[in-house]
Ligand binder design. Structure first.
Ligand SMILES: C[S@@+](CC[C@H](N)C(=O)[O-])C[C@H]1O[C@@H](n2cnc3c(N)ncnc32)[C@H](O)[C@@H]1O
Length: 255
């Protein structure tokens, strides 16, 4: 997985995961707006741009890092927080969001967990398609803030956001779990696979995965338990920012 500018050179994904996955508190952003630290909110707003172009889901507006933002060009080590995965709308999430918007029956009236929510686009797509309950989960607390801002941009009341690692627990039953671009690190892929298998056999929950063909996904043993639902050609700007990736697909996980 590539980050723009110095992100990809400064810190490895493994390091990123180690630094942000331990002991992160729960942020129940239920009353968004009042919960957002004003300074942090201003920082996020100053260093991102609202955009709806260049992705598979032009109907969703997001605050993202774009070439018009200072940190697109700036040295990555000047960014004071952990790598802003939430400031990018990843190809896996784009495919999954497109799929939910085009197939609202998959989510309508259902409870949905968006695991590794990042900017929150897939959770937002689920909400737009009529999900009855949503939990967005991401171990980066800043993602929680970004998701709250992105909900408001799309005229949605922010849904609950959990910034705790739940991969060592078995949360209550959701009707649907969605994961966009979460198979980018081998260890994380293995952990996710075991967790998803256990969750599926415990609850019978439907699990959809969006992935653009990353090696940690295409080469993983999970492949034997997948059924491809849809494949999308990535828009040019997304292709340009994700060197080499041209398509992204949605998979049904059936162990
Ligand atoms: C590549 S981004 C994908 C974000 C979003 N789903 C998308 O497709 O745009 C992966 C996200 O997973 C989050 N993440 C990594 N490990 C996680 C874990 N154990 N639990 C929850 N989120 C995690 C990261 O913070 C990051 O926001």
């Amino acid at each position: 997985m590539a980050f723009r500018l110095g992100w990809k050179n400064s810190r490895s994904q493994r390091h990123l995961l180690q630094t942000v996955s331990g002991g992160v508190p729960l942020f129940p952003w239920r009353t968004a707006g009042s919960c957002l630290d004003p300074e942090m909110k201003a920082y996020l707003e100053d260093n991102t741009e609202v955009t709806s172009s260049g992705s598979l889901t032009p109907e969703i507006q997001l605050r993202l890092l774009t070439p018009r933002c200072k940190f697109w060009w700036e040295r990555a080590d000047l960014w004071p927080y952990s790598d802003p995965y939430w400031a990018i709308y990843w190809p896996g999430g784009q495919a999954l969001s497109r799929y939910l918007l085009d197939n609202p029956d998959v989510v309508r009236g259902r409870s949905v967990l968006d695991l590794g929510s990042g900017c929150g686009a897939t959770a937002i797509a689920a909400k737009m398609s009529g999900a009855s309950e949503i939990l967005a989960n991401d171990i980066d607390p800043l993602a929680g803030m970004a998701i709250t801002l992105n909900c408001k941009l799309n005229g949605l009341n922010p849904f609950p956001i959990l910034t705790k690692n739940i991969l060592n627990t078995q949360p209550h039953k959701f009707d649907l779990i969605v994961l966009g671009d979460m198979f980018y690190d081998e260890d994380l892929a293995n952990t996710l696979h075991l967790w998803l298998e256990k969750y599926f056999w415990t609850h019978g929950t439907r699990i959809l995965i969006g992935d653009p063909g990353r090696p940690q996904f295409s080469g993983h043993s999970i492949q034997h338990q997948l059924h491809r639902l849809e494949e999308y050609t990535l828009p040019e700007p997304t292709r340009r920012d994700n060197n080499g990736l041209t398509t992204s697909a949605v998979w049904d996980f059936h162990p």
